[in-house]
Design a protein around this ligand. Structure first.
Ligand code: ZN
Ligand code: ZN
Length: 146
């Protein structure tokens, strides 16, 4: 009986992890729940939350908290920042430090701060929304057919 319960728990944890893995859209818990629920119809949202929490504790996934939103989950565990599209709400991973454009935090150290980690969130428009806006802008007249 006990072994069966443990097996079930492991399976649930695996399914939750699988649902987050490879998903770089930074899904919310209820989205992950919907996905896992298709495979394990008896799983509850509370169980999904619990499993997400343990995956975060184990360092297998990360949480992302943005202003006024619930926790999002992120399979990308290496150091990175985020771009938030104000139009469609998509959240993209940014690897600015790979481009050697890390924020210079040495001035903070000079003022006695001890920096442990930093979070940078850039807000704006994603390429898709930006190009849609360009297309709908009436500044350029539409090409007329000859
Ligand atoms: Zn967008
Ligand atoms: Zn991310």
């Amino acid at each position: 009986m006990r072994r069966a319960a443990r097996k079930r728990r492991t399976r649930q944890l695996e399914q939750v992890f699988e649902a987050v893995q490879g998903d770089h859209t930074h899904p919310f818990a209820h989205e992950i729940y919907r996905r896992v629920h298709k495979r394990l119809p008896r799983i509850s949202l509370a169980t999904v939350y619990r499993n997400l929490h343990s995956l975060v504790e184990e360092g297998k996934i990360r949480t992302l908290l943005l202003d006024g939103q619930g926790a999002r989950y992120d399979p990308e565990t290496s150091e990175h920042d985020h771009f938030v599209c104000e139009r469609c709400g998509r959240v993209d991973d940014l690897f600015l430090w790979r481009a050697r454009r890390r924020i210079d935090l040495t001035s903070l150290a000079k003022h006695g701060y001890v920096v442990m980690t930093h979070n940078l969130t850039i807000h704006g428009m994603c390429p898709a929304c930006a190009s849609r806006r360009r297309l709908s802008r009436p500044s350029r007249p539409a090409a007329r057919k000859p």
